[in-house]
Design a protein around this ligand. Structure first.
Ligand code: MEV
Length: 434
């Protein structure tokens, strides 16, 4: 039985201090999760080995990861709790903190392109690629009509073939090559199957038109027709502290962003931080995070020099303004999104079945995750926040029981020695004192 959601503000103060059971109950009420959904989250239900058996080959079991929820997100005036599945400490806390900062400036504004994917058909064995391109272009209407025959349901939903693009490469190490792009609207799907099937269907017609030989027929992960955009403004005073004026923090964050714009070595790490957030939402919702990674990094290198996915500047009022723009080919239908019970619960928590909305949320998460990282790096450094969770992991690894973890971790931080050996020493001392 599904309860009525009681979505209020996503600014759930003190959420992180609640017990796991209390947090699960809060989110269940917020999003209207059923008992079954809650059982999926807590691991007593969920993906079964029998279901896994239908997902990949040679299955021998299941693999669990932490499922967290980021708070404070306000996107286009709507509150969201954002499901994140990730193994790295500080990501969920960091992004929630950054979403709170953005909230002070009115939250995130997002948008997305139509869900148009690119399918590529590689044609070889044509002497004159320009003439071959001309013949394909003349048959554009026929090819688009044929492309729409593969999936009538998708066409009825408003999707389907949109256009062709022709990319002649007269001189390659494999001889003259014509690449035909099929632009195809996949609606709420990620679209890989729809695109690949359609490209395979068009290939014989393209061979007939060009007199050439088709080799590959596959979607492009550089989904630059399907980008998502997010922007936010953080008031300078929200960034300041007793010891550090907001204006100084704004400047330091802008300097950090410029570093990533000009230097690929920094851009790789900067963008890894962006993808920390995006991938965690992708995994939670059953999306193909490798596809997103491929698209994001190819987009970041589009100028010929790998650069940052985000931009941060000081606006005319002295506040911090940031934006992100990147390809985000995500779906809410098909694939693991449909099969994995936890992915269904994740979409319920988000309160959406729209792929476009999901992509926009992910763009906001990527921007927020980046803000969290560069704010920390440009002020106190990343290790302080990181160390408390790291210390807890060490305490757990040393065998601390649930009620001992926090004490052991706090002591290690106080001693400035966060090592497995010290965790064992502190634990032994604690037990000896009892
Ligand atoms: C760590 O997972 C991510 C960061 O390195 C990102 C960054 O440096 O911007 C903190």
């Amino acid at each position: 039985m599904s309860e009525q959601p009681q979505r209020g503000s996503s600014r759930l103060s003190g959420f992180y201090r609640q017990s796991l059971a209390e947090r699960a109950a809060t989110v269940a009420q917020w999003a209207g999760l059923s008992e079954q959904d809650q059982a999926v989250l807590l691991g007593s239900e969920g993906l079964t080995p029998a279901q896994a058996e239908h997902m990949i080959e040679n299955v021998i079991g299941l693999y669990a990861l932490p499922f967290g929820v980021a708070t404070n997100f306000l996107i286009n005036g709507r509150d969201y709790l954002v499901p994140m599945v990730v193994e790295e400490p500080s990501i969920v806390a960091g992004v929630s903190f950054a979403a709170r900062l953005a909230r002070d400036g009115g939250g995130f504004t997002t948008s997305a392109d139509a869900p148009v994917m690119i399918g590529q058909i590689q044609v070889l064995g044509v002497d004159n690629v320009y003439a071959a391109a001309g013949r394909v272009w003349e048959a554009r209407a026929r090819l688009l009509e044929e492309a729409n025959c593969c999936d009538r349901v998708l066409v009825e939903l408003g999707g389907g073939a949109r256009d062709l693009e022709l990319r002649p490469f007269p001189d390659t190490p494999a001889g003259p090559m014509l690449i035909v792009h099929l632009l195809f609207d996949v609606r709420d799907a990620m679209g890989a199957n729809a695109i690949n099937t359609t490209c395979e269907r068009l290939a014989p017609i393209i061979e007939e038109l060009t007199g050439g030989r088709v080799n590959l027929r596959i979607l492009s992960n550089l989904a630059d027709r399907r980008k998502a955009y997010a922007a936010c403004t953080v008031p300078a005073e929200s960034l300041g502290s007793d010891t550090l004026p907001g204006a100084k923090v704004v400047r330091a964050i802008v300097e950090a962003a410029v570093f990533a714009q000009i230097d690929p070595y920094r851009a790789a790490t900067h963008n890894k931080g962006v993808m920390n957030g995006i991938d965690a939402v992708a995994i939670a919702t059953g999306n193909d995070w490798r596809a997103l990674e491929a698209g994001a990094h190819a987009w970041a290198a589009r100028s010929g020099r790998y650069s940052a996915l985000t931009e941060w500047r000081q606006d005319e009022r002295g506040d911090l303004a940031g934006r992100i723009e990147l390809p985000l080919a995500v779906g809410t239908v098909g694939g693991a999104t449909r099969v994995h019970p936890a992915a269904q619960v994740a979409l319920k928590i988000l309160g959406t079945q729209s792929a476009s909305e999901l992509a926009q949320i992910m763009a906001a998460v990527g921007l927020a995750q980046n803000l969290a990282a560069i704010r920390a790096l440009a002020t106190e450094g990343i290790q302080r926040g990181h160390m408390s969770l790291h210390a807890k992991q060490m305490a757990l690894a040393a065998g601390a029981a649930e009620d001992e973890v926090a004490v052991v971790a706090a002591r290690m931080i106080e001693d400035g020695r966060i090592t497995t050996q010290h965790a064992a020493e502190v634990l032994a001392a604690l037990r000896g004192a009892q």
